[in-house]
Design a protein around this ligand. Structure first.
Ligand SMILES: Cc1cc2nc3c(=O)[nH]c(=O)nc-3n(C[C@H](O)[C@H](O)[C@H](O)COP(=O)(O)O)c2cc1C
Length: 266
């Protein structure tokens, strides 16, 4: 590793009064906010609020949830998570919480509302969902071709078959991660944030990912699940698994979620 890179990054991404002046956004060059895998098999997710039995498990008080969050690396190898639990994890991390005619606001804050973070999942054990690689469709095109939150909150299946061991190996061989029910992989579409923030965007994408992961980790606790963040991974291996180039879009963070061994449901 080049020991000067960190310092250069910090210095090269600082805001200065002189350089910030006179910069105008090119609205015609704005990259799309939503990534779609149009041909992929689509799996609708259950509504986070209207499903029967949708009450949160255990103590739903925010303060208690924050106090109980811990990194957990021992997950049940038998019990997975339900689609409703997964639906809530995704909604808490990246779901749309407010729709206006020109903007879809999401659960987690994002610099400039540009939402450069994409969510992929390695599904190991989710009820009724074949193991494989999925991409979270936040919103999709309606019949007029406009992006509509009502056409999102769904999973696009990109690959079929077990990938738990592959993702654990890519995570520097952290074998415990293979036992997670689902591993969230967060990538940054750098161009989406660079369009506005230029080099400073490289700071913001990591902050955005941190917000999303924090939401997911609390949503896990609120449902009797547990999680552990993962930033130790071979970048090119995870990028390869997801099918991205690592330049325009690269993996920035991961979170393993499962049912903790000590908290098995009856
Ligand atoms: C940015 C970041 C990266 C992390 N990467 C890993 C990881 O690769 N593997 C792991 O086992 N834990 C990882 N963790 C979890 C930390 O080890 C854990 O949060 C820390 O020990 C504090 O424990 P707690 O989360 O239970 O409060 C990471 C946490 C953060 C915030």
């Amino acid at each position: 590793m080049n020991e000067e890179v960190g310092k250069a990054f910090q210095a090269g991404t600082k805001h200065h009064r002189e350089t910030l002046r006179g910069y105008h956004l090119d609205w015609d060059a704005r990259p799309p906010t939503f990534k779609l895998y149009s041909g992929a098999p689509l799996f609708e997710l259950p509504d986070t609020r209207s499903e029967p039995g949708a009450t949160l498990q255990g103590d739903g008080d925010l303060w208690s949830i924050v106090a109980r969050r811990r990194s957990v690396r021992r997950f049940s190898a038998e019990d997975g998570v339900t689609q409703l639990e997964l639906s809530r994890l995704l909604w808490a991390g990246a779901g749309v919480t407010r729709a206006t005619p020109h903007h879809l606001y999401r659960s987690a804050p994002s610099a400039g509302g540009l939402y450069p973070i994409e969510t992929y999942l390695v599904v190991n054990r989710v009820t009724g969902l074949p193991p494989g690689l999925y991409h979270y469709r936040v919103a999709g095109p309606n019949d007029d071709g406009d992006i509509d939150a009502g056409r999102g909150h769904a999973l696009e299946q990109l690959q079929d078959g077990p990938l738990g061991d592959a993702v654990a190996q890519a995570a520097l061989g952290q074998e415990w991660a293979a036992n997670a029910a689902v591993v969230f992989i967060w990538t940054a579409v750098f161009t989406r944030a660079r369009w506005k923030y230029r080099e400073r965007a490289f700071r913001y994408v990591y902050l955005d990912a941190g917000h999303i992961a924090a939401h997911v980790s609390l949503a896990a606790v609120a449902q009797g699940l547990a999680s552990c963040q993962i930033a130790a991974f071979f970048d090119e291996e995870v990028d390869g698994l997801v099918g991205i180039d690592g330049e325009d879009e690269g993996t920035v963070y991961m979170t393993a979620v499962g049912r903790p061994l000590s908290d098995k449901r009856d």
